[in-house]
Design a protein around this ligand. Structure first.
Ligand SMILES: [Zn+2]
Length: 141
């Protein structure tokens, strides 16, 4: 029978607590949730999104590092961008212990990817530096 009769409490699908159906919301499965469970779900989803963007920004660093070796890397701008995003990523996870824990098995591959990406980005920058150094040396001779 219907759970939605006026004045009758409805059971929350998550915590099993009774609630007023007029304040209830639906979860993704279409089950009724009380307001506090709905808030918890929202927070968990936000965290999940944060972890997801942390993973994708970790993937972006080696991708940029790879681009550093292509002709896109005019004036070593891509290298600088690679290093900046790598440093930014490391600072972000260094500050948030919680994210590191929640990333679980993804954390180490992400960190390795970021470090490899930074090294790849650093390569052309060093070559550029050596080039500049050599041309200065040649000019002074
Ligand atoms: Zn609940």
């Amino acid at each position: 029978m219907s759970n939605y009769r006026a004045g009758v409490g409805v059971q929350c699908a998550r915590c099993g607590g009774m609630m007023d159906p007029s304040t209830a919301t639906y979860d993704k499965g279409g089950n009724l949730m009380c307001r506090s469970c709905a808030a918890l779900v929202t927070i968990a989803e936000g965290d999940q999104r944060a972890i997801g963007s942390l993973v994708s920004s970790a993937i972006a660093v080696p991708a940029l590092g790879f681009l550093s070796w292509t002709c896109v890397n005019q004036f070593a701008l891509v290298s600088i961008l690679t290093l900046a995003s790598g440093v930014g990523w490391i600072l972000m996870v260094a500050r948030a212990d919680e994210y590191r824990r929640r990333m679980g098995g993804k954390f180490v591959p992400c960190l390795v990817g970021v470090i490899i990406g930074m090294l790849m980005g650093l390569g052309p920058l060093m070559l550029l530096g050596l080039n500049v150094l050599f041309s200065v040396l040649r000019a002074t001779r």
